[in-house]
Each structure stands twice: as C-alpha cells, then as structure tokens.
Write a protein that binds this ligand. Structure first.
Ligand code: LLP
Length: 380
C-alpha cells in the first residue's frame, strides 16, 4: 500500500511524528502469529520507541518489555506491562535503577560483569530479595551490520567474553542473592542477513552443552533482538519477515525440554508505523546542488547524520517532473542531511514531505540542540 497521510493531518503544524496504529496492530499480529504463543516469548525493546500509546498496544498484544534504564522500567510499568514480563539489560545500571527494578520484582536482569553481579547481590540482599539473572555473553559473532550498532564482537563493550564465563559462573557461588536463570546474547541491530542468527544459535548450543557439563541447566535463553527492516522499499515491505527470523532459531537452536526462548525485538515492531512529516521551508539552488531545506532536521531524526542511514523520502504535495535534491534540515551542522541527490517531484516551499520508516530510533533519539522544540506525535 502506498503511503497515505490522513487528510486532517495535512493542516497540522510541522514537523511531527505520525504513527499509523492500524499498521502497528497488523505488525503485532504478524509477529505474534510467527512467534506462535508459547514457542517464543517476545519482549519489546522500549529503546526503539517508548511512547505510551504505542506501548499500550504492544502490551495488549501480549508482549513483554525489554528495558535499558530505570526510566524505561518505570515507563513499562506505567504502560501496564506486568513486572514478571519485564527484563532489564544494560552495561551500566546504576544502583538507583537496580533498586527500583528489584523493588518492582521484575522477571530478570541481564547482567554483564562480575562487578555488576556483586552489586546486584548486595542490593538484593538489602531488600531481602533474590535477583533473577541471565548472563549476557559476548558470543563473538559478527552481525554484519553498521559498526555503531554491532554489539556481539570481542571489541565491543557488551557482555561477558566466553573465556571469562567459567570464572563468572564460579563467582555466583558466593552470591546467594543472585539466581542464575539463563543466558542472554544480542549481536547487533538492523540485521538483514539472517544467517548470523544461525551462527549465534550454534554458539549458544555449544555453551549450553558446556554448561550442562558443569551441572547448570538453564530454563531461559534470550537471543536478543536485531531483526532489520527494509528502509528502501517501504511500500512493498511494510511488515518484516518474522517467520524467517523465528525460523532461524527453530532450525538451529537446540532448545532443551521445557526451556523458554526469549527475543527482544525493537525496530522490527515499530519502525514502519512511524513517519516524520515535515514541510519544505526553502528550495535553494546553489551552483552545484539543489537543496530542499526542511523544517525537520537531525534534532528530530538523527539516524542519517549519525549512521548515514537511508530513509525513504516522499513529497506528498507535488506530482511534477523529478529532479535531484539534497534534502537537508535547518540545524547548524553539515551532517544535518537526510539524503543527497535524491529524486523528488519538483519541490516548492510549503510542500509536505514524509520521511518514512522512522518509528524506531527516531523520536526517542530526538534532541533539543539549537534549542529546538520537541516535535509532537500524532496517532491515527
Ligand atoms: N536487546 C539489546 C540488548 C539491545 O541492545 C537492542 C538494541 C535490542 C535488544 C533491540 O534491537 P532491535 O531489535 O531494535 O534491533 N539507534 C540505532 C539502533 C541501536 C540498537 C541498540 N540496541 C539505530 O538507529 O539504528
């Protein structure tokens, strides 16, 4: 289906984020069907988009919440996620954040180091609780994605190196307020070559066998998130191929009887339902380049400036002949560029422009640089 902005929103002051809630619901229906209830537990990664109306729909679809800060844990609980459907990950959890999550009795902490386990033990003891923990391992599997969003390599700051795992597990003997319930891994984001999930599965299989040899049977495996979306042809590929993603784990991960497998998807759930809507302020023709200068910039959507990411751009107002444009924002940085040399129908001041597939890591990464006001969200 081609993109369509509800007519009443054409008068809305720009820039704004428009969320297509029926599309979110369709995505959730496809996801939950592919995960087959009981087969995979899906925790939505709030970091991708933590707006309440979106979270409430995700919760209503039966997903849990994957959080990376005390603020996200709080938001998940406000949105109605049951504490036993909340996991808390992150390489640098503060004492205050851990205390808040312990007090809420969340399902699991994904822990990344011995110092963190010691703090978890101490804080849980002080509250008279036991913290359930999955150890985040660094599987050293290359996700073949952008370097900034690769997380499962030895050189990345995340997780416990496989060489260190035996020592970490031994350290648990002295930590009675920590209960090891699983393993966790997350190798990166915007993964489109799904074979890397087979490599991750094989690594987890080896580890499980090794752990069982040491007397540890773990009831939970969390394979992280990372399923990518098609940013290039959003009209044809609005709903990611969840069946192919789960199929990789069904085929390659050796699940033990009764073991629960968890995933933490963010982008694939919400990217396609969000669009950044902006207006052309000026068309400026320099000697070499024709610029379309928008009223949205890297303060609303930083992904192109930060990662060189592609977002499909559509002029919703013009049917004219196509011309090449550099589509830029108003911010005082040359990197404030959405696209270079993109073909758009002849563009004029006042035209409405849609920047597609912006529902994930869009609004949540907005900043107030240049004292910009936060763009509002509208839901239909
Ligand atoms: N679990 C963990 C431990 C993570 O670090 C992440 C994402 C996820 C799950 C969710 O991954 P997803 O399914 O969304 O790929 N700002 C970047 C993406 C950063 C991803 C960080 N971690 C971007 O705009 O592309």
């Amino acid at each position: 289906m081609p993109f369509h902005l509800p007519a009443e929103l054409a008068q809305q002051p720009t820039p704004f984020y428009y969320y297509d809630l029926p599309l979110l619901d369709q995505t959730l229906a496809a996801l939950t069907a592919a995960a087959r209830p009981g087969n995979f537990q899906v925790h939505y990664a709030l970091k991708a988009n933590s707006n309440l109306p979106i979270l409430q729909r995700i919760r209503a679809a039966g997903l849990g919440a994957d959080c990376v800060s005390g603020g996200e844990v709080q938001r998940a609980l406000e949105a109605g996620f049951a504490p036993d459907h909340v996991v808390f990950a992150g390489v640098g959890k503060s004492d205050a954040e851990i205390n808040r999550a312990l007090a809420a009795d969340i399902f699991c902490f994904n822990a990344e180091s011995v110092p963190e386990l010691r703090v978890l033990n101490e804080l849980a003891a002080a509250q008279g609780r036991v913290a359930r923990v999955a150890l985040r391992i660094n599987p050293n599997v290359d996700a073949h994605t952008h370097a900034y969003i690769t997380t499962g390599l030895e050189a990345n700051k995340f997780g416990i190196s496989l060489q260190d795992l035996a020592g970490v597990i031994d350290s648990l003997d002295g930590l009675p307020h920590v209960e090891l319930i699983g393993l966790h891994a997350h190798i990166g984001s915007q993964i489109t070559n799904l074979t890397v999930f087979a490599a991750l599965s094989r690594k987890l299989n080896e580890l499980q066998t090794w752990l069982e040899g040491r007397g540890h049977q773990l009831p939970h495996l969390n394979v992280g998130g990372g399923l990518g979306i098609d940013y290039h042809t959003p009209d044809e590929q609005l709903i990611p191929d969840f069946a192919a993603y789960f199929g990789m784990f069904e085929q390659h991960l050796q699940r033990r009887p009764g073991q629960q497998v968890h995933v933490e998807l963010g982008r694939a759930v919400v990217a396609q339902c969000g669009t950044l809507v902006s207006r052309v302020l000026y068309v400026k023709e320099s000697q070499q380049v024709r610029f379309a200068i928008l009223d949205a910039g890297m303060t609303e959507l930083i992904r192109p400036a930060l990662y060189g990411s592609h977002h499909h751009i559509q002029n919703l107002s013009s049917q004219g002949p196509e011309l090449p444009y550099d589509v830029v924002g108003p911010i005082c940085e040359s990197s404030d560029t959405f696209a270079k040399g993109v073909l758009l129908p002849e563009t004029r001041r006042g035209d409405l422009v849609a920047i597609r597939s912006a529902g994930a890591y869009g609004e949540v990464m907005a900043s107030g640089y240049n004292l910009r006001e936060k763009a509002p969200a509208v839901y239909r």
